[in-house]
Design a binder for this molecule. Structure first.
Ligand SMILES: C[S@@+](CC[C@H](N)C(=O)[O-])C[C@H]1O[C@@H](n2cnc3c(N)ncnc32)[C@H](O)[C@@H]1O
Length: 242
């Protein structure tokens, strides 16, 4: 596979990282409308997997036993919904800290009986660490993580070598992690972080979202905004070695 990172300062940036302190650098909620508040109060409990510091059994939250996905930072949920519609027997756990985004996904789910989407409204790193056994997931999806381009903010990036280790642990053998960004520096950074792991291999550095089986494609809200500004998305896929 071709993807080559630029030389950058990953070691230096992580040296003093407080990544392990579990501070989340997600989007800040803007004031919620009454309808959004109501969705979070009334609709969320129906599909929520409450955060727990104990390990949970995902089977308790789904009717099917299909492949298990984790989407980290779903934003307003376009990808989540598309994945759930394309693969109704798969189980999708969607994690987001941005309340307006959670309300937006709940709105999209209204009137449709999605049995295969469940939401965790907390930091995905905490959720993965505490709530799931190792080798739980078939797929992890991360679309357009916040790029934090400034050097002094590199420790805020979701992708770090510690996160790669965590993803690798939580994936089943042969499980895949799909990533997408339109920021060149972040693409290079991701590659450099993943290159530190011998447990995963790069299987694809191009291709559209959502072609598990060459199925439908979807553009996330962030991706559309980026394209309008001339930023083309880049994709990466890694597989945990067998
Ligand atoms: C740039 S937005 C992209 C949203 C969406 N994936 C898209 O492509 O439109 C990144 C999202 O990740 C969320 N996020 C950041 N860190 C997170 C974390 N540790 N756990 C869950 N969500 C997180 C942010 O709140 C934000 O909504």
């Amino acid at each position: 596979m071709q993807a080559k990172p630029q030389k950058n300062s990953i070691k230096e940036a992580e040296k003093n990282s407080d990544y392990g302190s579990r501070k989340v650098f997600g989007r800040k909620a803007v004031k919620l409308s009454q309808t959004q508040e109501r969705r979070l109060e009334d609709s969320l409990p129906e599909v929520e997997i409450p955060f727990s510091t104990d390990v949970i059994n995902p089977d308790q939250f789904f009717d099917s036993h299909g492949p298990l996905h984790m989407e980290i930072g779903f934003g307003t949920g376009e990808y989540t919904l598309s994945l759930a519609e394309a693969y109704p027997t798969h189980r999708i756990i969607a994690c987001e800290v941005f309340k307006n985004g959670i309300a937006a996904l709940l709105k999209k789910m209204e009137g449709k009986d999605f049995k295969n989407i469940r939401i965790i409204k907390e930091d995905a790193i905490m959720a993965l660490t505490d709530m799931f056994e190792d080798e739980s997931f078939d797929y992890i999806h991360i679309n357009h993580p916040d790029p934090w381009p400034k050097k002094r903010h590199t420790k805020r990036r979701l992708i770090q070598t510690t996160a790669v280790e965590l993803f690798e642990r939580k994936l089943k053998k042969g499980g895949e992690i799909w990533l997408c960004t339109d920021a060149t520096h972040y693409y290079d950074w991701m590659i450099e972080c993943f290159n530190t792991s011998t447990g995963v291999e790069l299987i694809c550095d191009k291709g559209r979202l959502l072609d598990l089986n060459r199925g439908p494609t979807v553009m996330t809200r962030y991706e559309k905004k980026g394209l309008l500004k001339g930023r083309a998305p880049k994709y990466l896929r890694y597989r945990k070695r067998l």
